[in-house]
Write a protein that binds this ligand. Structure first.
Ligand SMILES: Nc1ncnc2c1ncn2[C@@H]1O[C@H](COP(=O)(O)OP(=O)(O)OP(=O)(O)O)[C@@H](O)[C@H]1O
Ligand SMILES: [Mg+2]
Length: 262
């Protein structure tokens, strides 16, 4: 097992992923640093969700190494893997919640998987996590179909936080939310990252999120990381996709609204 590196909480090296003849990731390298919110962007279908799922071990890779918390997950035995999985939380792009379970059951799901706790304690954790994401305790007994889209994202975040993780993966957490709801969600993620010392790997198409919530941005294109750095560095890039993404019509609208210019 490798020594845990202070700077990189996720270390992806030379990772290739294929589905049949289609190569989605091509010898990709990426570091996610401890304590940062990394915004992960790229065209739709580029492989952002695939990389996320590869890091957490749900998609097999053809080659390459991935270390999380300094542990090579391929070399780890079942017990070591479980210990790593216990330290991260995930908000999936699709199916953020189990539709047949209540909010409380959804939040308690990962806790039950790893810990043996009394129902009273599980209920206390549920209320605490709901509070953390700005939801009232009454929401606990509702089913996902009885929640708004924004509430579903918040409950999914509460579930991702259920085990007090050090690292969270958020795949498009603000998609489908109105700009104010998305802004509130970004602020919530920022606050949680600061107060809990979280590291956040956030896939997003939301330029506002990139501006306000992310410390660093990594851009995926043609199976590789084509750029990684601060927003200022992204804006200074001459790469055609980055130029149209960060300087296009939508980008100007975001920058305009951030500065109060309409
Ligand atoms: N299980 C799978 N089997 C076959 N192909 C897959 C599988 N999962 C993803 N793909 C393909 O891999 C490519 C990347 O998909 P992915 O979902 O990672 O895109 P994305 O960058 O997350 O896009 P979006 O921004 O739309 O969410 C797509 O061409 C997709 O069809
Ligand atoms: Mg995706």
């Amino acid at each position: 097992m490798a020594v845990e590196q202070a700077d990189a909480i996720i270390r992806v090296r030379d990772v290739t992923v294929r589905f049949g003849a289609t190569e989605v990731l091509d010898k990709l390298d990426l570091d996610v640093k401890r304590g940062e919110i990394l915004g992960f962007v790229g065209p739709s279908g580029a492989g952002k969700s695939v990389l996320t799922r590869t890091i957490i071990g749900l998609v097999p890779k053809v080659s390459g190494q991935i270390e999380v918390f300094g542990v090579d997950l391929d070399a780890a035995n079942a017990k070591e893997r479980r210990a790593v999985e216990r330290r991260w939380g995930i908000l999936f792009q699709q199916g953020a919640l189990f539709s047949s379970l209540t909010v409380a059951q959804n939040i308690q799901f990962p806790v039950r998987e790893y810990l043996k706790l009394s129902q009273r304690l599980l209920d206390e954790i549920t209320i605490a996590k709901l509070g953390m994401v700005g939801l009232a305790p009454e929401v606990a007994d509702r089913f996902p179909s009885e929640l708004s889209g924004g509430m579903i994202k918040r409950v999914a975040l509460a579930r991702a936080l259920a085990l007090d993780p050090e690292l969270v993966f958020l795949d498009e957490p603000t998609s489908g939310l109105d700009p104010i709801g998305a802004g509130d969600f970004d602020e919530l993620v920022r606050t949680l990252q600061r107060t809990l010392g979280l590291t956040v790997f956030m896939v997003t198409h939301d330029l506002d999120s990139l501006h306000t919530a992310c410390d660093r941005i990594a851009v995926l294109g043609d199976g590789k990381i084509i750029a990684a750095g601060t927003m200022a560095e992204m804006k200074a890039s001459q790469h055609p996709w980055l130029r149209s993404y960060f300087h296009g019509k939508r980008a100007r609208a975001v920058v305009g609204s951030n500065t109060g210019v309409v």
